[in-house]
Design a protein around this ligand. Structure first.
Ligand code: DSN
Length: 411
């Protein structure tokens, strides 16, 4: 029997979500379309198996095959990110937030000082937001973006590091559109003898395809989700220098997790194989070109982009000159078939739920085969709807027709 006959309610909800994904434009910077093959591994019988601990030393019998799955995933991560021989990989974190907690738990004591970017400037909840466990457990000191440029100000970060003497400096963001100078972060970390950690969840696909510089040559530990620009399953990885391997492995299991999700680990392996292909490289290059094209067109329509543009897959649109808040803009655009997320802007006077901007990303639409011309069209729709909300329903129909020409992988 199929899902359709056994559980028509869930089947129907999946079909409705499929239709929504097909008929709308996904500009959420953290979303993408995983391939059929990734989903096949994710939905496989591997999910039946318990395998606590690591290959060759499990607490359960019957792990001889899943050991090979995990080893293959680790090897492929090494290849995809060109890891030096003295680096270690852990593919067991359930997702990005646990991966970050597992690193802190491995390398720090509660109350230790961590430097990171604040949430409204583009940091993540697990980068010490006061409402998050991390903000309650460690002493986060946040650096911001330059009020003048909207970019990282490495001199200011160094000054702050000198003052607060952090044990760990974190970079890598959820809403920062500019290239990160990892070498400069390393120099700052060295000056204050801090561990250098990068959370590359957003830009991992670009890094694997050499469309953004990699922190690996300079850093101590790197975390990443596998589902954003990387286009894999909802899961995460930790890569670190060998000297941190034992502490990090112990922190993942038994420190913070139980049995790894072997089906997700198999899907990570498939993702890493895909990331090595010429097609993926082309996709990643196009993601960046598309984002720049969308930003330029929006700027032509008078939109302010934080930092003046983008070097990666996302941008933050500052709506303060458009007389609309981030939440209202997100809702309005959604009624036109354009799906985004609200976002803070640097030094945002508004609160995170209804901040002053929206975040736009180009990864998912690039996976559908859209190029610069289509990005210009999408930006024109955004400008038109924000200027005249009464046309939203009409634009929604146009978007639906437009989307038919760009089938999404995996749907
Ligand atoms: N919530 C994700 C994002 O949208 O960027 C990060 O985990």
């Amino acid at each position: 029997m199929s899902l359709k006959t056994k559980d028509p309610q869930i089947y129907d909800l999946i079909q409705r979500e499929r239709k929504r994904e097909m008929e709308t434009l996904d500009l959420i910077a953290s979303e993408n379309f995983a391939s059929k093959e990734v989903m096949e591994a994710l939905g496989s019988i591997l999910g039946n198996k318990y395998a606590e601990n690591y290959p060759g030393k499990r607490y359960y019998g019957g792990c001889e095959i899943v050991d090979q799955v995990e080893e293959l995933a680790r090897d492929r991560v090494r290849e995809a990110f060109k890891l030096p021989l003295d680096w270690h990989v852990n593919v067991q974190p359930y997702s990005g937030s646990p991966a970050n907690l597992e690193v802190y738990n491995a390398l720090l004591e509660p109350g230790d000082t961590i430097m990171a970017l604040d949430l409204l400037s583009g940091g993540h909840l697990t980068h010490g937001s006061p409402v998050n466990f991390t903000g309650k457990t460690y002493k986060f000191v946040h650096y911001g973006l330059s009020p003048k440029t909207g970019k990282l100000d490495y001199m200011e970060i160094l000054k702050l590091a000198d003052k607060v003497n952090p044990k760990l400096i974190l970079c890598g963001y959820t809403a920062y559109s500019r290239e990160i100078d990892f070498k400069k972060f390393r120099e700052i970390a060295d000056k204050v003898r801090a561990v250098a950690m990068a959370d590359i969840s957003h830009i991992a696909g670009l890094i694997a395809a050499d469309a953004h510089p990699s922190p690996i040559p300079f850093f101590d530990v790197v975390t990443s989700t596998t589902h954003k620009t990387l286009r894999g399953p909802r899961a995460a990885i930790i890569m670190c220098k060998d000297k941190f391997a034992t502490a990090i492995d112990k922190s993942v299991f038994p420190g913070m997790q139980g049995g790894p999700h072997i089906n997700a680990i198999a899907a990570i392996a498939v993702t890493m194989k895909e990331a090595k292909t010429a097609g993926f490289r082309k996709y990643a290059e196009q993601v960046v070109k598309n984002c720049k094209a969308m930003a330029h067109t929006l700027q032509d329509f008078g939109f302010k982009i934080v930092s003046g543009g983008t070097d990666n897959h996302l941008m933050i649109v500052d709506l303060t000159n458009k007389n609309i808040t981030g939440l209202d803009a997100r809702k309005l655009l959604e009624s036109a078939g354009i799906v985004t997320s609200q976002s803070g802007i640097p030094q945002d006077p508004r609160k995170p739920w209804d901040p002053s901007g929206v975040r736009l990303g180009s990864a998912a639409v690039t996976s559908r085969g859209m190029k610069e011309k289509e990005m210009q069209k999408i930006a024109s729709w955004i400008a038109a709807v924000i200027t005249d909300p009464s046309i939203a329903a009409k634009v929604k129909q146009e978007v639906k027709r437009f989307c038919k020409n760009f089938p999404a992988p995996g749907l």
